[in-house]
Design a protein around this ligand. Structure first.
Ligand code: G
Ligand code: G
Ligand code: MN
Ligand code: NA
Length: 253
């Protein structure tokens, strides 16, 4: 098995698909956004999840063309949804560090927006904590540029890396996604205290909060009581292929 060779081939053949996981407003229950999550439909192995090939794509540099395909596909999808009258505020796309540091990033993103007729305010970039902390000053500069285009910026997997509170304040962030490893243990008292503190801090800094990995009613209840804004997780829905996402959207009360 030569996964890297296969990945190169798959890129040329576009053997990928984006799944979309709904993000719900915790109070109204409405779907506010969707996170785009890539799947590789491998010719022999079937669907492969990103944790098995994103690291390989990052090591090999293939993440740049792959990331651009993801961005363009997500933007295209968003424009189509808007045309269909689907009331989705925005689509969230995971961005790797190498993409963020790619020369000419802003021009590339502008090119994608133009080609897909997607508006910047329909888009959110998710960047993980560990990426940012390797070079917070440069990352902050790049994210500020992204944000000045009108694209929202979310800090993904919060709590799993080594971010310091002072960086959190200095980074230009719209939202913070509390990692599902915290949400998973709720309403355990110790975990609850940490989550409460994270939310209180975000409220002071005027940063929105997204809870990831909500699987149980008690977790949802806890997050809602703490004033968390948005939620994502299997309790609501798994990541869905485009047509199933549309069905889910249409069937919400
Ligand atoms: O559904 P899940 O198995 O999709 O995703 C696993 C991990 O892969 C997540 O941490 C997610 O951030 C990452 N991931 C999913 N899609 C993409 C993508 O398009 N680009 C990048 N860089 N990471 C992604
Ligand atoms: O980018 P990020 O690391 O946040 O990617 C989201 C990942 O979390 C994806 O792999 C997605 O399939 C997964 N996921 C989404 N909701 C849930 C959930 O409720 N429980 C678990 N265990 N995983 C989830
Ligand atoms: Mn994410
Ligand atoms: Na995450």
């Amino acid at each position: 098995l030569n996964l890297l060779g296969d990945l190169r081939l798959a890129l040329a053949r576009k053997d990928f698909e984006l799944y979309y996981q709904p993000q719900h407003d915790m109070v109204s229950g409405n779907i506010i956004g969707a996170e785009a999550l890539i799947r590789w439909n491998h010719q022999q192995l079937g669907f492969i999840t990103p944790d098995k090939f994103i690291p390989l794509a990052e090591e090999s540099g293939l993440i740049l063309p792959l990331g651009e395909w993801v961005l363009e596909t997500a933007c295209n999808q968003m424009t189509r949804w808007k045309e269909k009258g689907i009331q989705l505020e925005r689509i969230s796309v995971n961005i790797s560090m190498a993409q963020l540091h790619q020369p000419g990033l802003i021009a590339r993103v502008e090119g994608v927006l133009e080609r897909t007729a997607c508006r910047p305010e329909w888009l959110e970039f998710e960047v993980t904590e560990s990426y940012l902390m390797s070079d917070p000053v440069e990352a902050g500069r790049l994210l500020a540029q992204i944000r000045s285009m009108g694209i929202m910026v979310a800090l993904d997997d919060f709590g799993t890396g080594y971010s310091s509170m002072s960086y959190l304040n200095a980074l230009p962030l719209d939202r913070l996604k509390i990692d599902r490893s915290f949400v998973f243990k709720l309403p355990d008292e110790d975990e609850g205290a940490i989550v409460r503190a994270i939310i209180a801090m975000c409220q002071c800094l005027n940063i929105g909060i997204v809870a990831e990995g909500i699987e149980k009613k008690e977790q949802k209840q806890f997050m809602m009581e703490q004033g968390c804004d948005l939620a994502q997780g299997y309790l609501y829905s798994r990541p869905l292929p485009c047509h199933e996402f549309e069905k889910y959207f249409a069937n919400l009360p």
